[in-house]
Design a protein around this ligand. Structure first.
Ligand code: AMP
Length: 217
């Protein structure tokens, strides 16, 4: 299985990616998680990415394309993967197509999560992430069992710097101008499936599963 998960920040892509990865036992590759880890570890990549991320801007294409290229070369990618947060621009999507062609692979599907913007803003402002294992929660829609503690690893939950109100507006704007054109890009290739995402997490998950089983992905 090779899937791209596409959708604006806050729509629950990360959570659905986690669920799908566990359900199918397939590798999840999240550029956001890789970059956040690099920032935490203060690696050269992290130092380069930090200021873009804090501003809600996109990290330059060549940097994230390099991350994905290195990741896809590792043996565990051979069995398939879910891409969460990549591609995010047309040049990234073109680079991905080329890379996959080089490996002799193709994408099975691009799942596009869609939702009304006001609900998105609410979801982003309540989002909390585990600073240890990156699991995602929401203060209202998906609270942890113990306040501010990750259910999976017990790590402390944080309110991401880029989930604060001014940065949220900026990230939505960046999504509209730079990532939205991918909808057309993948529609033209006949790969796009839209999943309406106003339901709760299990409902959206079942909709995705239902769709993938119909397509026999
Ligand atoms: P995410 O967790 O996917 O919302 O990503 C958090 C931040 O990481 C984004 O706001 C960008 O600054 C950066 N980032 C993640 N993926 C990409 C990508 N494919 N292209 C450029 N920047 C990215």
């Amino acid at each position: 299985m090779r899937l791209v998960l596409l959708g604006p920040p806050g729509i629950g892509k990360g959570t659905q990616a986690q669920n799908l990865s566990e359900h199918f036992g397939v590798l999840k590759i999240s550029t956001g998680d890789i970059l956040r880890e690099a920032v935490r570890e203060k690696t050269p990549l992290g130092k380069e990415a930090k200021s873009y991320m804090e501003r809600g801007a996109l990290v330059p294409d060549e940097v994230v394309i390099g991350i994905i290229r290195d990741r896809l070369k590792k043996p565990d990618s051979q069995k398939g993967f879910l891409l969460d947060g990549f591609p995010r621009t047309v040049p990234q999507a073109e680079a991905l197509s080329k890379m996959l062609l080089g490996f002799g692979w193709g994408l099975d599907r691009v799942v596009h999560f869609v939702l009304d913007e006001e609900i998105l803003i609410q979801r982003l402002s309540g989002r909390r992430s585990c600073s240890t294992c990156t699991a995602v929660y929401h203060t209202k829609y998906n609270p942890p069992k113990e306040e501010n503690r990750c259910d999976l690893c017990g790590g402390p939950l944080i309110h991401r710097e880029d989930d604060h109100p001014e940065t949220i507006q900026k990230r939505l704007q960046v999504y509209k101008t730079q990532t939205q054109p991918l909808v057309h890009f993948y529609q033209k290739l006949g790969l796009l499936t839209e999943i309406e995402s106003s339901g709760d997490i299990p409902t959206v998950f079942q909709n995705v599963l239902g769709f993938l089983s119909k397509k026999k992905v």
